[in-house]
Design a protein around this ligand. Structure first.
Ligand code: SF4
Length: 377
């Protein structure tokens, strides 16, 4: 527990020698307590007085140390327990919740981008934040949907560098106000790791209740959120060879493989997606992933994606022939294999519903839905 003790000197020694003695003793005391881990920091106000931040178990322990401080007998102290600002904000908000004056729509989500495909009646929600750091993470290259107008044809380019992170995140109210303007039947949770957003279960519930949408979660499978309102889950398996997985993601694949088994056992509609990276996550590894999936559920869908350069990585994208070979290897173990060759044309136009106009195209929202959302229809 942290305590903040602020003091104001009220007694002044009569001579300079005694003043210096108090100051020297106090400096030594502070150095000693910091070295012991009891004191975190100590500051003086230039106009006199100062404060000490303690890290102790209890108020009693704090008092025991504070009265030992050489300047204590010359000062008047005020003590306050401290928690981090975020912790305190949560404590206060929880109190508001208990009082019934909190509105759920005020909660801030990690959604930074909403993409809409009218022909498919599909919304894609992009979430920011991940619990791992994949070397080939596509968000290093682009944070907005790669299907927006400004990016068409550019996916085959091989840029380096890192795309800037998003800055604006929607509250639940803001998200619903945007969604109310569009007609959709399915929602995909993607971007980085949607499962990291504490609001995800709430968003999924609201989508079910308000729009009756079919909700698909794309996840790295490391930590599964509450899936009550998720209809389908796509787990990204980077590699089943753990050394390779650790090299690519920095962590073991054990929780991912365990969670895939759990999802299947729970009866959740689940499929797997993997990325083929020539010279790194090679055909033999794709085959090992397929073999693992077959051991979990023989008829599970396995989607193989081609790698496109992201970040400052040395790998190239695969050729169409290489993608076919990877799929062929996977089909030795699974019947249900789907793969992209990497040269597919986009069939449907995709628009950015948020941020408005991102990606070079805007969409005329459904006027009737918009009017009814503001109570005018
Ligand atoms: S799990 Fe997905 S979002 Fe997270 S770092 Fe890897 S590729 Fe990026």
């Amino acid at each position: 527990m942290k305590y903040y003790a602020t003091g104001k000197q009220i007694v002044y020694p009569p001579d300079y020698k005694t003043k210096v003695m108090f100051l020297r003793k106090s400096q030594e005391w502070i150095d000693r307590k910091i070295a012991e881990g009891i004191l975190e920091s100590a500051y003086s106000f230039t106009a006199g007085g100062g404060f000490l931040v303690f890290n102790v178990e209890s108020h009693e322990e704090l008092i025991k140390h504070l009265i030992d401080f050489p300047m204590y007998c010359l000062s008047e102290f005020k003590v306050e327990p401290m928690v981090s600002f975020n912790q305190n904000a949560e404590i206060i908000i929880n109190e508001f919740k208990k009082l019934g004056v909190y509105h759920d729509g005020w909660a801030r989500t990690r959604v930074y981008h909403v993409a809409y495909t009218p022909e498919l009646k599909e919304i894609c929600l992009f979430f920011w934040g991940c619990n791992i750091e994949c070397r080939g993470c596509y968000c290093k290259r682009r944070v907005y949907s790669p299907m927006l107008k400004d990016f068409l044809g550019k996916h085959v380019e091989e840029p380096s560098g890192i795309a800037p992170a998003p800055e604006k995140f929607l509250t639940i109210d803001e998200l619903l106000a945007i969604l109310d303007q569009y007609e959709f039947t399915s929602v995909v949770f993607e971007g980085q790791e949607a499962a990291m957003d504490p609001e995800l279960p709430n968003i999924a519930r609201l989508l079910h209740e308000r729009y009756k949408s079919h909700n698909l979660l794309l996840t790295n499978g490391i930590e599964l959120p509450d899936l009550s309102h998720i209809d389908r889950v796509e787990v990204g398996i980077k590699a089943v060879t753990d050394e390779l997985n650790i090299d690519y993601t920095g962590v073991s694949n054990k929780p991912v493989l365990d969670n895939l088994r759990k999802l299947v056992q729970s009866g959740k509609n689940t499929f797997v997606e993997s990325v083929y990276i020539p010279g790194y996550i090679e055909v033999d590894e794709i085959e090992r992933i397929a073999e693992f999936i077959a051991g979990v559920k023989k008829d599970m869908l396995f989607v193989i994606l081609p790698y496109f350069k992201a970040g400052d990585n040395p790998w190239r994208r695969p050729t169409t022939e290489e993608m076919e070979k990877a799929a062929e290897a996977a089909r030795k173990h699974l019947k249900n294999v789907f793969f992209f060759r990497g040269n597919e044309e986009l069939k449907y136009e995709v628009f950015s519903a948020f941020p408005e106009g991102a990606g070079g195209a805007s969409y005329e929202p459904n006027l009737n839905a918009l009017l009814s959302s503001v109570g005018m229809k």
